[in-house]
Design a protein. Structure first.
Ligand code: SF4
Ligand code: SF4
Length: 263
């Protein structure tokens, strides 16, 4: 992970010849980290704000570098959100061109552990520590959410229930499994094996039509739920990716399924 400044000079090796991090920023451009439990302190201090985060929900397609595969996530992850687009869609938002990491002294645990030429420390962290989830994050922020001081205590207390209600109503795993059975799954895995999620076979005929309708309904429900949270519960729209992850519409578009009209 990167910290660059005017006095920085590349350092391919230390005096003993051992490889060291050159702080080139390549890993920051490829994607920010997911957060570990210990990173909750960075939320409380306001180093990381909820606006900067997105929840990757269980069932979403994600890289599993240990298995060299793209496969559905078993549990949720909180990740520093990227800007999207074609070039570096997951580029860390704290990375500054020519200045490096904007939060280097308080960077998340995975950033501290990561070194591209020796993945041992990161692997050890992932094996021994727990990932931060939405409930633990919200629990840590029960007394106030930096960056959202206007959110009332009542609205704040409601957030874990809203997360639960959304999980019950909109299952990402079910949505993406259905899309998989329709033949829509990641096609470009950049050298990784795609571990398909659908245990049952492809859908045909009327079952296929019913599945398409079901996915449309899931996308509609997801969008309506988010709007309701903003309009009725006073949830800031900027907080929605952290609370509910990316929209079903976006997740389906990512595997090639787009609505035929604006619906
Ligand atoms: S870990 Fe590797 S990719 Fe990341 S900044 Fe250091 S040298 Fe560059
Ligand atoms: S937090 Fe800093 S070190 Fe970590 S990915 Fe972002 S820019 Fe890189």
């Amino acid at each position: 992970m990167s910290m660059q400044n005017s006095s920085f000079s590349p350092m391919p090796a230390d005096s003993g010849g051992a490889p060291v991090c050159r702080r080139c920023g390549t890993c920051c451009l490829l994607g920010g980290p997911t957060l570990m439990l210990s990173d909750a302190a960075l939320l409380v201090s306001g180093t990381l704000t909820l606006e900067a985060l997105v929840c990757l929900r269980a069932g979403e397609w994600a890289r599993d570098d240990a298995r060299k595969a793209l496969r559905p996530l078993e549990g949720e992850r909180i990740k520093i959100a990227g800007p999207g687009g074609r070039v570096h869609p997951w580029r860390c938002r704290y990375y500054r061109e020519s200045a490096g990491c904007g939060i280097y002294e308080q960077r998340p645990a995975q950033c501290t552990a990561l070194f591209c030429m020796d993945t041992g420390p990161l692997e050890m962290l992932l094996a021994k520590a727990s990932h931060l989830g939405r409930y633990a994050a919200l629990n840590a922020l029960a007394n106030g959410i930096p960056g959202f001081s206007t959110l009332s205590a009542a609205s704040r207390a409601l957030l874990p229930d809203l997360v639960s209600a959304h999980e019950e109503q909109v299952s990402v795993r079910a949505v993406l499994e259905l899309a998989d059975r329709l033949g829509f799954f990641p096609q470009q895995a950049q050298g990784l094996t795609v571990e398909r999620c659908a245990e049952q076979g492809p859908l045909e005929g009327s079952e296929r039509e019913a599945a398409v309708a079901e996915l449309g309904e899931a996308a509609r429900l997801d969008a309506a739920f988010r709007d309701l949270c903003v309009e009725r519960a006073g949830v800031p729209r900027a907080m929605l990716p952290f609370l509910f992850g990316r929209s079903v519409k976006d997740l389906l578009a990512e595997v090639g399924l787009k609505p035929v009209s604006g619906g």
